[in-house]
Write a new protein. Structure first.
Lengths: 99, 265
């Protein structure tokens, strides 16, 4: 197999996994975000608990943003962050708009 | 000394005498440190926190009874801290709880070899962390590794199933790369969201209606984290739903190979 073909197949694999993650995680993240936002805005909650709900909501927003970036991958640029299981994608350089 | 008011003598007790038990939380992510701190609030502990760079000095100075390390890439600083704890005679017996990304057995082994007393996978349940800390403090002085072997993942990457060819190997390599990336990026925010959701759900001040919502938050995030862990375990490509707008997705149930004894390959 030519290296270019192999790269295309790897990219297809990346996009397949990204699509899967996006498809499977969107519903639970949407639910979690909706409920945490409701809690963060509920005046019956003491301020410290509302702050916890806001933290939860912010964390879910971050996770959802990563998912959205993952499905925009148009090429493979890897980076080594020292994970024993291997390299990870550099999302900034791998995104479609980085071409 | 001020004339007429007598003198003031300040006595400084060593830090380790100030409280019955003291825990030091180490990590780069302030949100994760706060989450651990909140989870330990119910225990009779003085809880300190610091970043990884200052951690060894803080341990030597404060002599905590227990250290919780949030292991986050780059890993070398956190692992070095674990080794320093073990190599330094005055800190060698301090129990060390290491929080690792879930599903990565290699990471758990590295942490264990570096001196972790126990590894907890992120996202973790507040009760698990509290129970672990309580047990370790109750049995302080014990340095036998309590490494919590949870051999449910493990994915050698080998695939000798019939029909496995070079094309599938390349695609599978891409799937694993994306899964690893997703897992790495989403693990911390999901851990935080789950932790905060659980803390909310456990708070007695919450009306029942809002407690149910908090449980929904925690349950939904846990469900997302579980799916993410399954994605990391994919060892062959089986697709489903080819008519989805973006194209087919992985059929996780069929893409994770299990041996007859139930061990995931």
């Amino acid at each position: 197999m030519q290296p270019a073909d192999q790269d295309q197949l790897r990219l297809a694999g990346v996009q397949l996994a990204a699509r899967t993650a996006h498809h499977l995680l969107t519903t639970p993240l949407t639910l979690a975000l909706g409920y945490s936002d409701l809690l963060a805005e509920d005046s019956r909650l003491p301020p410290d608990l509302r702050a916890l709900a806001k933290e939860a909501s912010d964390s879910i927003v971050i996770a959802a943003a990563y998912l959205r970036r993952l499905i925009r991958i148009g090429r493979i640029v890897e980076r080594d962050i020292g994970l024993p299981s291997g390299l990870v994608l550099d999302l900034a350089d791998s995104a479609l708009e980085a071409h | 000394v001020r004339p007429g008011t007598g003198s003031t003598l300040a006595i400084c007790y060593p830090a380790q005498m100030a409280a019955l038990h003291r825990a030091l939380i180490v990590g780069e992510h302030p949100g994760m440190r706060l989450l651990v701190r909140l989870n330990l609030n119910d225990l009779p502990l003085e809880v300190l926190e610091t970043n990884t760079a200052d951690a060894h000095e803080r341990v030597r100075w404060d002599l905590p009874h227990l250290v919780v390390v949030d292991l986050h890439p780059p890993l070398d600083k956190g692992l070095t801290l674990c080794r320093q704890l073990r190599w330094t005679p005055t800190t060698a017996t301090i129990p060390c709880v290491v929080l690792v990304e879930g599903g990565d057995l290699d990471l758990r082994e590295m942490a264990s070899e570096a001196g972790a007393t126990i590894c907890l996978e992120k996202p973790f349940r507040p009760l698990d962390l509290r129970h672990t800390v309580q047990v370790l403090l109750d049995s302080s002085g014990r340095m036998d590794s309590l490494y919590n072997d949870n051999s449910t993942s493990g994915n050698s990457g080998d695939n000798d199933s019939p029909g496995f060819d070079q094309d599938e190997a390349a695609r599978l390599d891409g799937v694993k790369l994306a899964a690893r990336t997703a897992h790495h990026l989403l693990n911390t925010p999901l851990s935080l969201a789950l932790g905060y959701g659980e803390l909310l759900a456990e708070d007695p001040r919450l009306p029942d209606e809002l407690r149910a919502m908090a449980r929904e938050v925690a349950g939904s995030v846990e469900s997302a984290a579980t799916l993410l862990q399954r994605l990391v375990r994919v060892s062959r490509i089986r697709e489903r739903d080819p008519n989805l707008p973006g194209g087919a997705i992985l059929d996780l149930a069929r893409s994770i190979q299990e041996a007859p004894n139930g061990v995931i390959l």
